[in-house]
Design a protein around this ligand. Structure first.
Ligand SMILES: Cc1cc2nc3c(=O)[nH]c(=O)nc-3n(C[C@H](O)[C@H](O)[C@H](O)COP(=O)(O)O)c2cc1C
Length: 387
């Protein structure tokens, strides 16, 4: 039984609902259907809403959706970090949150091409801020310019299917041709270095590092609380919050999902004692790493807010390209996190893979093959927009 059938059988479907609201003086109609993954729908004529309906589908940590949009004109808006949607325990300097501003910008600029527009992006128009602070300044000003001479970016076709696939993979390496395709696609001119490894030795090292990373992350009250607060224990929570992640995204469906959600996991018991939940997270990480033969990362020589945003754009493009290539992709960020307890493992990881101490690994992910998983839910675009 797939997710849609499951929802229908148990009467939890939200159906397709058209909502109209007035935002910053303009009337916005949006179809809420399958938690955002049907795209804007043909009735949506506002180019800003069209591209934002895609942008909200961008990858982001814990599916927290840390974006605020302020409309500035008929075809323009500013993007901000949502200060109410941060992950300070696991992402203390908001690096991952800024990487996710980049995934959002990349998705919207690809989406714009699908509607005959070019998205011009002016980064940090009110000035950039330091990489350990978060100021109430826009990440970017975006203007959507109609262009009759523009063809849709080929990645546009994959915006509604891209996802982070957290299942176990089948342990097969990528072919040389696939690796070359990815390297050529990523290029070397304007992008940050992309490293891809798949030796037996690298695999063994990653199995250890990734498992250890999760062991370090769990078992701390603040970090556990942060993860549990974004975990969705059942479909009612998904419906209520339209963010976060749950067992569906790990590949559980049908009866298994029903049993786990009704008899194994409950918010009440996990909040009371997160030990078993943490052990599960370690076990899932160990199995995910052990099922994978190919690992990759994007690193930047600097670590400014702009580096983080641009690395997010690169990551998003690669995720869309692997979607086009029918490959699975999954970020595993624990070892990259900057809280003190993680730093020794991070140093070991860099040493083992000859990454300069001064470089920052912005995204670390596994690649392989696995059946698709259901999408993580998204909020309504109108919830991002502030006047
Ligand atoms: C900066 C960043 C860090 C992430 N880190 C992890 C991670 O450590 N583990 C994980 O399972 N997914 C990670 N993800 C993937 C998110 O969980 C995923 O993007 C989000 O749940 C939305 O799902 P989707 O990508 O399938 O649309 C990360 C994504 C981003 C952009």
């Amino acid at each position: 039984m797939n997710r849609r059938n499951f929802i229908q059988v148990f009467g939890l479907g939200i159906g397709a609902v058209s909502l109209s609201s007035t935002i910053a003086g303009c009337t916005v109609t949006e179809t809420t259907d399958d938690y955002g993954w049907n795209g804007p729908g043909p009735q949506q004529k506002d180019i800003r809403m069209q591209v934002l309906s895609y942008a909200i589908l961008s990858p982001n940590p814990h599916n927290i959706q840390p974006w605020i949009v302020r409309l500035t004109g008929d075809k323009s808006f500013d993007l901000y970090v949502d200060p109410a949607r941060l992950l300070p325990a696991t992402d203390p300097f908001y690096r991952q949150i800024h990487v996710s501003q980049g995934t959002f910008l990349e998705t919207l600029s690809i989406a714009a091409t699908g509607f005959g527009h070019e998205a011009t992006i002016d980064y940090f128009p009110q000035g950039i801020y330091g990489n350990q602070e978060l100021l109430n300044k826009p990440i970017a000003s975006i203007e959507l310019i109609p262009r009759t001479d523009l063809s849709p970016d080929p990645l546009f076709a994959h915006l509604l299917t891209r996802h982070s696939n957290k299942r176990e993979y089948d342990n097969r390496r990528l072919t040389e041709a696939e690796i070359n395709t990815l390297r050529d696609f990523h290029g070397s001119d304007n992008s940050y270095p992309l490293s891809i490894v798949q030796s037996t030795e690298a695999k063994q090292q990653f199995e250890q590092i990734l498992t250890k990373g999760m062991q370090i992350e769990v078992g701390d009250k603040g970090r556990d609380h942060e993860t549990i607060s974004m975990f969705r224990f059942n479909d009612d929570e998904v419906k209520q919050y339209r963010d976060g992640f749950g067992v569906s995204q790990a590949g559980l469906s049908g009866m298994k999902k029903l049993i786990v959600e009704n008899f194994v996991l409950s918010r009440e018991s996990v909040e009371k004692d997160p030990t078993a939940f943490g052990e599960q997270a370690v076990d899932i990480t160990r199995k995910a790493a052990a099922s994978t033969a190919t690992f990759a990362w994007i690193s930047t020589p600097g670590n400014s807010r702009l580096d983080q945003v641009k690395a997010g754009r690169d990551y998003c493009r690669i995720n869309l390209k692997t979607t086009a290539m029918r490959l699975a992709q999954h970020p595993m960020s624990q070892v990259l996190q900057e809280f003190d307890e993680m730093l020794p493992l991070q140093a070991r990881f860099k040493k083992q893979f000859a990454i300069k101490d001064s470089d920052t690994v912005q995204m670390l992910f596994r690649l392989g093959r696995a059946e698709a998983t259901p999408h993580g839910p998204r909020r309504l675009v109108s919830e991002l927009i502030r006047s």
